[in-house]
Structures are given as C-alpha cells and as structure tokens.
Design a protein around this ligand. Structure first.
Ligand SMILES: O=C(O)CCC(=O)C(=O)O
Ligand SMILES: [Fe+2]
Length: 286
C-alpha cells in the first residue's frame, strides 16, 4: 500500500477525455507491482499448495516466482474441477487482495473521473476471475456492468490482470463509446447457453444491432496495469484458447450521489442475492 500518495493528479486531461469518449481507459503500471500485486500472487501460490496437499494431487512445484505463481493449478483442476471452484471462492478472501480493493488510489481515481461524486466500494462486487482454457460456462456475454451489479448507474469497474494477458488468452473485448446507450434492457436468460445462470445469463436486447454500431478493442495488459471500465460500456469475455488460465482481478466502485442508485437504496444485484428484475422491471425484456 502506498503511504506516500502522489500529490499531483493521477490522470492528465487527455486521459480524462479519452475515458469520457470511450468509457474505457488503460492505465499502464498503475499499481506498485511488488507492493500491491506480488503479495496477491504469492498468496494464491500458497493456496494452490494447500489444496494440492489437501487432495493429495501428485504434483511437485518449483518455488514461487511472480510470473508462474499459478504453477500446479492446471494439474489441480485436471484432478477435479471442483477444486478450482474451492480455490475461486478462497482467493477473494486473501488479505492482500482485500487491501487492494480499498487502495486509496481507487477513490482518488474515481473522483478524478467523476468530479463531485462520493465514491463507494460495491459490496460483494470484487473477486478474482480464473478463466480456464476452453471453458465457456463462466465467460461473460456482451454486457453492461449496471444490471449485474446495480449499486448506482454511475460506476467504474477496476480490472487488473495477475498474468500477462496474451491474445490467445482471450482479453476482454470492449465497444468504445457504447456507454452513450444508457442502460440497455436485457433478457434474463441466454438462449444459446442454458447452463448459464444469474448475472452470466443476462443477454442484451438487440445485441447484434448494438454491436454493429461500435468498433471493438481488446487491449493486452500485464500485471500492474489497470483497466477502468464505465458501468455502461459494452464488454465481453474473450475466449481463452491458451494452455494457461487467465487470472484477473475485478473490483467495482459506484457513486453514492447518483439518483437512480439513491432511489433503490444502493441495492446490489445477483452477488447480493437480489434479482435485479425486482428493482428494474423496465429493463427486463422477458
Ligand atoms: O474478465 C472478463 O472476462 C470479464 C470482466 C468483466 O466483465 C468485468 O470485469 O466486469
Ligand atoms: Fe463486466
């Protein structure tokens, strides 16, 4: 954690304009890698070791190194995919990760992008994705963050990788500029993926038409980088066709002052046990 926060602004005016135009902004080396990121990688390495020992998976691992912190994980999920689910639930409780969620730079960044706001951490809106090779069940369809998270219409996803994301790992795809659509109505089931449930099942009304209106970008990022995503910009998971899982962190901040959020009491969505249809029936097509 940074005890000597820079006094100057985090963003220059070109970056602020880029974010306002595109609804997405990549900030290279935003975090202090060894202070903020490596402790999270180290803790994940340890937890993989705990599960390898717990389930007696026959694998011997080299010592920790940041670029290979997940060594042994493919063997762990090959032994039993459920071990991966256990790890997925565990890693969001790593103290170094929870510290990152509340990093002082996050509310500073929020107020630079949303002047006059009162920033808030979206409860339950943070975690570490593990997108395994060739596994589609947990891929995010094209979506906006708002229906999946609620809290307030004005919000930012902070997305940051724990591995160097290559093209074959399926970087997140974005439609720059699409935040101007406002909140788009959704179907609460995915006709092509009946195994998807909850937030994963939401499908945009008129998806093909919407997507045809905007370009698509899929920036490649490395540990320490931060991608800031407007709650209303269209984005989707890529397809991981590599040999390694794509480990990425996401956390969400919202604005206590935004009127729609205030009107529903900053309620959360699926992760908070709320069916968003009860809060926004008008955004629900079926
Ligand atoms: O990392 C991904 O595949 C999707 C991320 C996403 O949708 C988000 O962070 O809000
Ligand atoms: Fe998202």
């Amino acid at each position: 954690m940074d005890d000597k926060l820079p006094a100057e602004k985090l963003l220059n005016s070109a970056q602020i304009e880029e974010f306002q135009r595109n609804g997405v902004l990549v900030l290279r080396s935003f975090y202090d890698f060894s202070r903020d990121i490596e402790p999270i990688q180290r803790a994940i390495y340890s937890l993989i070791g705990v599960l390898i020992a717990k389930y007696k998976v026959p694998v011997s691992r080299p010592a920790f190194a940041p670029s290979t912190f997940d060594v042994g994980y493919q063997q762990l999920i090959a032994a039993n995919r459920a071990y991966g689910a256990e790890l997925y639930d565990a890693v969001k409780q790593i103290p170094a990760f929870v510290r990152l969620v509340a990093h002082p730079l996050h509310d500073r960044l929020f107020t630079e992008l949303r002047p006059g706001s009162i920033p808030a951490v979206a409860g339950g809106g943070y975690g570490i994705r593990i997108d395994n090779p060739n596994e589609d069940r947990f891929r995010a369809n094209w979506h906006q963050e708002y229906p999946a998270q609620l809290r307030s219409l004005d919000g930012l996803v902070y997305w940051s990788p724990l591995v160097a994301v290559t093209k074959d790992m399926g970087p997140v795809e974005f439609c720059p500029g699409s935040q101007v659509e406002g909140a788009v109505p959704v179907y609460t089931r995915d006709p092509h993926n009946s195994e998807k449930t909850g937030a994963y099942s939401l499908t945009l009304k008129g998806e093909a038409e919407l997507l045809s209106k905007y370009p698509q970008v899929a920036p490649l990022t490395s540990p320490g980088d931060l991608v800031v995503i407007d709650f209303l910009v269209l984005h989707a998971s890529g397809h991981n066709r590599s040999q390694r899982s794509r480990w990425t962190m996401q956390l969400r901040y919202f604005n206590f002052l935004e009127p729609t959020g205030q009107s529903h009491g900053w309620r959360g969505s699926y992760a908070a046990g709320v069916d968003f249809r009860t809060i926004h029936p008008e955004l629900c097509v079926n």
